[in-house]
Design a protein. Structure first.
Lengths: 126, 126
């Protein structure tokens, strides 16, 4: 059931979902820390590849956005990878400005841990 | 436009998309390497939290699956985080068996790099 060209080819042929989107993981190029997860449509993917800066599609605002356009925290992309079935990309970046990626003022969006091993669902902060 | 309880609260209240899914990033707990990106519905998330093993929802097969059930490459979850708007989780894992997460036989699904800075869209392999 797997498509050999999709998985073993050298052509970028993204598999967009029903909404025309793929997932984009953003990691710090120096530390590997996961900073955020966002989505890209075809235009955002193209702009990111061409400009080496992170562009995304906002599902809530239904619009294209360049990360850092207002905050100054632009994502400079040094490496970009795509996964086996071409529906997710991984961006290794350095963040300009104050280096905070999350709109809450934190460096990473993943600032809360889920308690494991229990049906309770408590979160704790870093 | 931001929901304070969602972002600053201690309750796990995932924001599932129209298909009832959130994104799940899987990273190696020792090296930080990104291994795969998959999706979870409510049941997969609950099972992962309770069993500390990675469960997901397959969008193509439309079924719940436990990673490693057939391959032996189970994901043992040591840490689980959720992002600011609670629509993505990050799993830090160790992989049992031969340690290969990707169904193509590679350790990570992100084995191809996208050429940057050009409108051409070539991929190169690790």
């Amino acid at each position: 059931m797997h498509d050999k060209e999709l998985e073993e080819g050298r052509a970028l042929t993204p598999r967009y979902d029903a909404n025309g989107l793929i997932s984009a993981i953003v990691a710090d190029e120096a530390t590997g820390e996961i900073l955020m997860l966002a989505h890209m449509n075809e235009d955002a993917l193209k702009r990111t590849i061409e400009t080496r800066e992170g562009w995304f599609w906002s599902r809530s605002r239904k619009s294209l956005w360049k990360k850092g356009e207002t905050s100054g925290n632009v994502l400079r992309v040094s490496e970009m990878r795509i996964d086996c079935d071409q529906d997710a990309v991984l961006l290794k970046v350095s963040v300009t400005g104050d280096g905070k990626t999350c709109h809450t003022g934190r460096r990473s969006c993943f600032y809360r841990t889920i308690a494991l091993g229990s049906p309770k669902t408590a979160l704790s902060f870093d």
